[in-house]
Write a protein that binds this ligand. Structure first.
Ligand code: SF4
Length: 701
């Protein structure tokens, strides 16, 4: 008999979705390794994935029992699950009776498993009767959702990671996959090594590690992406390097796009972007010479006050060149979180409905309400992430239930979020770790099972659904999130939550997708456990999944054609830099930390990369402020300030500074929490905040 028991699962960090084999020995000690048979990572793992077992095994920070306080003046004390959920149900029912269903909300996470996402969506929209269910995925990829819907008529990522090995030109825009999607980056790197003529264009105001393999780094001014993609589009049109037959046969609105992008000269575009005309021409020539062209993007495009415009401007390049629905080609948004895609599938956002059905469509709402057997579903979109906390601050929202996310660190304008949480009548925090700063404001804390302590499914960036096995029991009285939710729903008196397992929840979700564009009615736990992962749609029991969408050149729009969306704004509409706040702050991830560090912050090996928060300042800006490398600086914006160590660099243009997103109030209010500074201006269509453009000043401490 083997000394180990092995379990197949998936990494719980980024949207690459690497397969993991967890091994448990006779003493219950876990080790992890990359799954050599998983099509995504083929045995590889990055530093975060390789250290996942430490997160499970180190239990010092774990929340072990429900805790509750009777009023804001009282301290929280340990209670039983029944006491905790009775109180939660009583408070929610009382508030709903007095102020209506829109006075409560749920704020969840792209790290939730699909079953959890499905259930909280059903509970909120189908039974409580409000659409106030939003997620930290709003901060991540909601601009891409709108971009896809506008261009293709559906939120649908067209391609697969396997297309990487078939492409010969990549445009990596507003993303640093070398640090944030490492295994995906390894595959691009390997493609270039094997086929050195492969061209890689990186578009980023920062010179990141992803530029190491770039043939061309377009170091544009923050926020000017639309001008760049329009400039490239103009060059392709002027040089007749477009796919006329695809455009005329399978797209709409080409003439409007042509008129719009050709209304500026390349010189004007270059000036807006802060790059040269020669660079624009070079990028266009790389694209026009490619047989397979892939665009990859992440938060640099999405987290912007013009995020949807940026998405559409970039997608237009794939449509112009006909690089979609064929091997090695297509637009490819990278999700930051492991299950942002799964959340989209179950409609886990304030403006979405389950199974990619349309919240604005009466028939769809009736269909889902009948399926669930609860209340009529409201047609009014719920509060999005930032709106939810605004509503807590102004008292319109009375109670919030926060699952698997730490908004006090991750939301923009964190001081405002703090006021909102203080003002809330009732805050529930359902989490695994007492390192979450948000817990400070919780009236009720519920201990949840973490990665490897429960079973379920997740969908990665390429629509691939993987099953995650349970490896160990959760500590103390912690429960899987699905169970917490169905127990609460029963306490609320709702019928339709008589589940006994996550598998039953998944079965229900799969059956609701039948006949939709994301049909996974041919999928179940048995297939996922025995046959491995699948890319949706999987409409039949013997269907092998769908590697690539739009191979038939039929899109989900009313006309069946893809649409060129003409971006309205080509310049950023965020804050204006002033004499008082002359620098543009942009924020992002570092290689070895994850979100608000509740997991990765406790792994010593990961701390050896970068231990403390910092600000990168261009050498000229540093000289003008008499700042040296290692000095402590005060960084201020209209909304707040922080104190951090300076890294003087030559990787940013003058006038631009960078801070990582991961640190909260570790040593006090003003230490390292970048979101003290960031603006909560959002894209008007996607409601995604602009984390990449805040006006700040930096001075010596
Ligand atoms: Fe996990 Fe992403 Fe690293 Fe893969 S690339 S091991 S999914 S963090």
């Amino acid at each position: 008999m083997s000394a180990f028991k092995t379990y197949k699962t998936t990494c719980s960090y980024c949207g690459v979705g690497c397969g993991i084999i967890a091994k448990k020995d006779r003493r219950g000690v876990i080790t992890v390794e990359g799954d050599p048979d998983h099509p995504v990572n083929r045995g590889m793992l990055c530093s975060k994935g390789m250290n996942l077992h430490h997160v499970v095994q180190d239990k010092e920070d774990r929340i072990l029992y429900p805790e509750m306080r009777w009023s804001k003046e009282h301290a929280r004390e340990r209670v039983s699950w029944d006491q905790a959920l009775d109180r939660a149900a009583k408070v929610f029912n009382t508030i709903i009776k007095k102020h209506g269903p829109d006075s409560v909300g749920f704020y969840v996470s792209g790290q939730c498993l699909t079953e959890e996402y499905y259930l909280v969506n059903k509970l909120t929209k189908g039974f409580i009767g409000t659409n106030n269910l939003d997620t930290n995925s709003r901060l991540c990829m909601s601009s891409a959702v709108v971009g896809y819907k506008q261009a293709f008529g559906e939120d649908s990522v067209p391609i697969s990671y396997d297309d990487i090995e078939l492409a010969d030109c990549f445009m990596i825009a507003g993303a640093n996959p070398a640090w944030c999607h490492p295994i995906l980056y390894r595959r691009i790197e390997a493609r270039k090594e094997k086929n050195p003529s492969t061209k890689i264009i990186v578009v980023d105001p920062r010179k990141t590690q992803s530029c190491d393999i770039a043939d061309l780094h377009l170091q544009i001014l923050p926020g000017t992406d639309v001008a760049l993609y329009n400039a490239i589009a103009k060059r392709l049109i002027d040089r007749k390097k477009i796919d006329k037959s695809f455009i005329h046969g399978h797209t709409d609105n080409f003439n409007a796009l042509k008129e719009s992008v050709c209304s500026f000269s390349l010189t004007e575009y270059a000036k807006i972007c802060g790059i040269t005309v020669a660079e624009i021409k070079k990028a266009a020539s790389y694209i026009s010479n490619a047989k397979g062209f892939i665009t990859l993007w992440a938060m640099g495009l999405n987290q912007s006050s013009i995020g949807v415009n940026k998405n559409n401007a970039l997608i237009n390049l794939s449509l112009l060149t006909g690089h979609i629905g064929k091997p090695g080609s297509g637009p490819f948004s990278l999700t930051g979180q492991p299950n942002a895609m799964g959340g989209r599938e179950v409609g886990g956002m304030a403006n979405l409905l389950a199974a990619h059905k349309d919240l604005a469509n009466d028939h769809h709402r009736r269909e889902v309400a009948n399926f669930w057997g609860g209340k009529e579903i409201s047609s009014k979109p719920g509060l999005t992430a930032t709106e939810m906390f605004d509503a807590l601050e102004n008292g319109k929202l009375k109670a919030v239930w926060i699952i698997c996310t730490n908004p006090l660190v991750s939301l923009p304008n964190a001081n405002k979020v703090e006021k909102a949480l203080k003002n809330a009548k009732f805050v529930v925090v359902q989490d695994i770790s007492n390192r979450s700063e948000t817990i400070e404001h919780a009236d009720l804390v519920l201990p949840a099972a973490g990665w490897a302590e429960k079973e379920g499914t997740m969908t990665n960036s390429e629509r691939r659904i993987t099953y995650l096995d349970k490896v160990v029991d959760p500590p103390g009285e912690a429960l899987p999130d699905v169970e917490i939710l169905w127990r609460f729903a029963r306490k609320m008196g709702y019928k339709g939550f008589d589940y006994n397992s996550a598998e039953e929840v998944y079965k229900e979700h799969c059956s609701l997708t039948k006949g939709t564009n994301i049909d996974i009615s041919g999928l179940n736990y048995i297939r996922l456990k025995t046959e491995g992962s699948f890319q949706w749609p999987v409409p039949k029991n013997n269907h092998a999944g769908t590697e690539r969408l739009f191979e038939d050149k039929k899109f989900y729009t009313d006309t069946g054609n893809a649409k060129f969306v003409v971006p309205k704004f080509i310049k950023p509409t965020s804050e204006i830099c002033t004499e008082k706040y002359p620098l543009i702050l942009t924020s992002g991830r570092i290689r070895d930390q994850w979100h608000t560090r509740t997991k990765t912050g406790k792994v010593n090996r990961l701390l050896t990369h970068i231990r403390d928060p910092y600000i990168e300042v261009n050498q000229v800006d540093a000289f003008l402020r008499k700042l040296n490398d290692g000095d402590i600086a005060i960084v201020e914006s209209k909304r707040g300030k922080v104190r951090v160590r300076v890294k003087v660099c030559d990787t940013l243009n003058k006038g631009v500074v960078f801070m990582p997103i991961h640190w909260g109030k570790v040593f006090g209010n003003d230490y390292g929490r970048v979101n003290n500074l960031t603006t909560n201006i959002v894209d008007p269509m996607s409601k995604e905040p602009d984390f990449k453009f805040s006006a700040v000043q930096v001075s010596k401490y």
